[in-house]
Design a protein around this ligand. Sequence first.
Ligand SMILES: [Zn+2]
Length: 243
Amino acid sequence: MYISNLTSARYAELSGKIDTVVIPVGSLEAHGMHCPLGTDNIIPERMCADLEAEIGDEILIAPILNYGYTPSLAKFPGTITLPAETLISLYSEIACGFVRWGAKYIVFMNGHGGNIASLTLASDMVAAQGGTVLTLSWWATFASDILKICSTQGHAGEDETSAVLAIDASLVDDSKRGVHMKKAFCLPLSGPGQVEQRYPDAMNGDSTKATKEKGEKLYAMLLEKNIQFIHRLRSGNHTDPIA
Ligand SMILES: [Zn+2]
């Protein structure tokens, strides 16, 4: 159920029965020259809409937090970055607010890599207030399943562009699709010139391989996985591996 659509009285009634709140989080930032600035928002919103259709009576869905931490792409028009400290406060205060209203489980449905560090710190703060938090960053959490559908991954690359195409193909400028396979060294790395090398056109990966069909397969897989992970979260078994 979408929390925004509920009256306060109905929320009070449901929050006594539904123990899980899903909070989508994203970013407004350049995604290559071909994908929309809101890519990291529309993908988690789509995943939430799919969850609503399938298990809407088991979860409460909060409004999206649609700005994130993205200093690496700040030079590209339309990118807005918030300080990490601001995001840690927003994520933790909002999640703790739902915990105070009765939620036991919080799921951050994350669309943007730059948010992960802030989500980790915020989650520890929510845990200290009694909430249990799961962060699902689709391209990372389910990378091995994505690579059964797409041959490559990347920011505005094959997987992400396919995910946008499946929502609305008119949002992608096909004439501007690009390829840039240089990614970060496989160890955590920051340094002068790194961003320019990794995201010369605000992207990496191979967006020329993206298709609407791959995007539709991605959402079918992600729905199944998201439900599996949310059910596992609520089962209390948080240590056994998920197949
Ligand atoms: Zn993205």
